[in-house]
Design a protein around this ligand. Sequence first.
Ligand code: 1GP
Length: 251
Amino acid sequence: MKPGLYQQFETNKKSGKKSFAVLIDPDKVDNEKIDQLVTLATDARVDYFFVGGSLVISSHLDECIQQIKANCSIPVLLFPGSPSQVSKYADALLYLSLISGRNPELLIGQHVISAPFVKKSGLEIMPTGYMVIDGGAPTTVSYISNATPIPADKNEIAMCTAMAGEMLGMKLIYMDAGSGAKRPITETMIEKVARNISIPLIIGGGITEPEKAYHNCKAGADVIVVGNAIEKDPSLIKEISNAIHSVPVNA
Ligand code: 1GP
C-alpha cells in the first residue's frame, strides 16, 4: 500500500495543477501493448494509469497491473466496473458509487458485498461519486448500470448531484460520458460543477483531442481520463499530456 495518493490529488487541486490519467482496459491490451503504453506514458509524464472496464472478461487484471508496475513508477488506480475488479497490486481504488443513477446495487449494494474483500486488499480507498452524463449514444456503462444518465444539457442536475455527493462524504467526483462517447461533457457543465464543489473533479468519456482536454481543464476539471482514443492512436498520449500540463497553474 502506498498512502498519500489522495493527498496528491488535493494538493494538485489547491495549486491548480492539472493531471492526465490514461485508462487501460485489461480486455483490450496484450503484454506488448502494455509495454508500448507504459513507455509512451513515461515519456509524456502521464500522472496516473486508471485500470478497469465495464466488463473485464479476461482474468489477467493482476498480471496487467503487475506488468505496468514493473516497468514504471506511474501510480495505478483501479477504476472497477464490478466488485470483482480489485487487485492488491494497484496503488489505490476509486471506490465508485453511481450517484447519478437510482440503482441501489451500484449506490451501495455491491459495496456491502465487497467491503471485507476491499478492506483486506490494503489498497488506498478513494470514495468517488460517479456520475454518468449522456454522451449521445448508449455506452457500455449506461447499459450495464441500468441507470439513466444525466441529460447532457442539465447542468443544474449535475451540479446538485455533485454537491450532494460531496456533502455525503465523497472525496472525488468523476463525471463520465462513457467510453467512446460521441459527445464528451460540455465545458458549461464542467464549469457549473467545478464552481460548486471543493473536492477534485475527474472528467472522462469521448475525449479525443488535446484541445478538448485543455478546455476541460480550464473549465475546472482536475484530472482528465482518456482511454478509447489512445487505444486507437497511442501517439495521442504525448499531445494530450502536453496540452493538459500546459494549463497555467492557478489559472
Ligand atoms: C470511460 O472516462 C472513461 O469510462 C474514458 O472514456 O474511453 O472515451 O476515453 P474514453
